[in-house]
Design a protein around this ligand. Structure first.
Ligand SMILES: *Cc1c(COP(=O)(O)O)cnc(C)c1O
Length: 341
């Protein structure tokens, strides 16, 4: 298997086989050495806690080629700490940030020829995960864990340009409970949100916008992405205990401030959608997905007509992407160079 046949510009955001993944096992109080393997399957006990009681969490980050061929990982430490936080919240053994970094370095280097070339728009998506592998029948944390990292080359999210998409407000289903696990990256949140997302897609929307589960009054986030809006020189993004703290959003808050916007995190009433000039979703996969309109009950809040994203969304998107690919200076220390040999 090699990369000779990959059409970098037409790669989907999908799994593509590479050479190796890396695995560490936690057993008897310690993490093992990392093992690089080309096996795509996991031997798993049928009573493993990840299968029954949802002991699973993951991360997602991208590695880009710079113009001079270096491998650049974006805000890797943030992912390391968030993975540890997710693990702790559902009582799994957290891989220490040093181990996380070692795993990413080794697995990226072992798959260096799958790193898409500079200028293709494609990147190497890195997917770390932790699962409870120890058997339990009673509800208790597992005694053994697997920390695995695989990579897959992914195409640019917007193949035909940076296009706005519609959202619909979901009022009949919640993604996360008010004091539940919505603030960590666990698979169960995705299972909980899938039906709402799929219904929205059937209705012609790109995804849903969830409201806070307690009051049904404030905006939480979209299925797999945070929400933000632009109004009168402000970058506004929801504050909530049940949304996942997006690293992309955190970066956009910083860039928006530099760009002269006033960046505010606060509860955002759903009624406010009618007052925004621009809106977007943000996350690693697409950086920003501009929103064309939001349907809520029988009303529609419109941000773009046609295929043109708003000027602030476009500027923020270009600035963040330029830092990720090494085209713009990394003044915040967000980029890690991964040695490839
Ligand atoms: C991963 C994720 C995001 C995006 O986070 P990034 O760090 O920007 O990739 C947003 N919402 C949810 C629910 C997520 O799981």
């Amino acid at each position: 298997m090699d990369n000779a046949d990959i059409d970098w510009k037409n790669l989907a955001f999908a799994y593509h086989r590479t050479h190796f993944n890396i695995r560490y096992t936690w057993r008897d109080g310690a993490w093992s050495e990392g093992i690089l393997t080309n096996d795509e399957t996991i031997p798993l006990h049928m009573a493993a806690t990840c299968l029954h009681y949802g002991q699973e969490c993951f991360e997602g980050l991208k590695v880009f080629s710079s113009q001079d061929g270096e491998a650049l990982a974006f805000r890797m430490n943030e992912n390391a700490h968030r993975l540890a936080r997710s693990c702790k919240k559902i009582l799994m053994e957290p891989p220490p940030p040093g181990l996380f970094k070692e795993a990413i370095f080794k697995v990226v280097r072992a798959n260096a020829d799958f790193l898409p070339p500079y200028g293709s728009g494609a990147s190497l998506y890195v997917r770390p995960l932790v699962i409870g592998t120890g058997p339990r029948v009673g509800v208790k944390p597992a005694g053994e864990y697997l920390f695995l990292v695989f990579v897959t080359p992914v195409g640019p999210y917007f193949k035909t340009g940076f296009k706005p998409v519609p959202l619909v407000v979901e009022e009949n289903m919640d993604r996360a409970a008010p004091l539940g696990v919505g603030d960590v990256k666990v698979g169960g949140n995705y299972a909980a949100g899938m039906k709402a997302s799929m219904n929205a897609r059937k209705g012609g929307y790109a995804d849903v916008l969830f409201l806070d589960a307690k009051h049904k009054r404030y905006i939480d986030e979209s299925g797999p992405a945070n929400f933000f809006a632009i109004r009168d020189g402000q970058y506004i993004t929801p504050e909530s205990h049940s949304i996942l703290p997006s690293i992309t959003n955190k970066s956009l808050v910083t860039l928006a401030s530099e760009f002269g916007l006033d960046a505010v995190r606060r509860q955002v009433e759903i009624e406010e959608i009618f007052t925004f000039q621009e809106a977007g979703c943000c996350g690693t996969a697409a950086v920003i997905t501009p929103v064309s309109y939001i349907d809520w009950r029988d009303r529609r809040a419109i941000y773009c007509r046609g295929e043109q994203a708003g000027p602030v969304c476009t500027e923020l998107y270009n600035r963040l992407l330029a830092i990720q690919t090494g085209d713009a200076p990394d003044t915040h220390g967000w980029v890690t160079r991964i040695p490839l040999d």
